[in-house]
Design a protein around this ligand. Structure first.
Ligand SMILES: CC(C)(COP(=O)(O)OP(=O)(O)OC[C@H]1O[C@@H](n2cnc3c(N)ncnc32)[C@H](O)[C@@H]1OP(=O)(O)O)[C@@H](O)C(=O)NCCC(=O)NCCS
Length: 181
């Protein structure tokens, strides 16, 4: 079945997904160097424990989601939470990537929604933030469509193959939780 016709499945990743998550993200750092602050070389040196904690940290502060098509991991996004009393109302969306053949099929949108649902479900979380490299219009449009708003640009924030680029900071205020009837 082609990726255009196979159903898209979004689910939280588990430590058992370390090998394929690592492979997808090492590809992401190489294929989209402007989008990420890590290099493939840096991350290739990280032990499996680092990747497992990114996917699903035992303290519950990090949870990655996977987009699968026909059983293949084609996309991912991670939501990170804070344990600090003064910042635990905020969550951070990171590590967003959809493999090239699976783009424009809704995986990115579905991953953002899964991350936002996880943030909404966590008691006390009211805000989700992220950063995106200036000029990355596919990602900026994706985030704007999900309700994120830009509130500033950090100049010269990331060294890319084309030079220093700014990082757009975006935020989304989550709707207040309505208690189940
Ligand atoms: C950004 C990215 C995750 C989008 O993933 P995707 O699965 O193709 O996105 P979707 O198919 O869910 O698209 C959702 C919306 O995002 C926007 N969008 C996505 N790709 C776009 C593009 N190439 N041009 C313009 N808008 C785009 C559109 O608003 C789209 O809605 P529409 O299809 O109804 O017009 C993907 O392009 C990617 O992995 N890019 C490289 C890594 C990266 O930039 N990560 C973000 C780091 S902050």
């Amino acid at each position: 079945m082609s990726q255009a016709t196979a159903p898209l499945r979004i689910a939280p990743l588990t430590p058992g997904d370390v090998t394929r998550y690592r492979a997808l993200m090492l590809h992401a750092y190489a294929a989209a160097p402007d989008a990420f602050t890590s290099t493939p070389e840096e991350r290739a040196a990280a032990p499996d424990g680092w990747w497992a904690a990114r996917i699903a940290s035992p303290d519950g502060l990090s949870q990655a989601f996977g987009a699968q098509v026909g059983g293949e991991l084609v996309g991912t996004a991670t939501i990170e939470f804070s344990a600090k009393p003064k910042t635990r109302h905020k969550a951070l969306l990171i590590g967003m990537f959809v493999a090239e053949p699976a783009r424009r099929l809704g995986a990115g949108r579905a991953l953002v929604q899964a991350a936002l649902q996880a943030a909404s479900a966590r008691p006390g979380v009211q805000v989700v933030t992220l950063t995106v490299t200036e000029g990355n219009q596919p990602a900026i449009r994706l985030y704007e469509a999900a309700g994120f708003e830009a509130f500033g640009v950090e100049p010269m924030a990331i060294a890319t193959p084309g030079g220093l680029l700014g990082k757009v900071h975006m935020w989304l205020k989550l709707p207040p939780c309505t208690p189940a009837a």
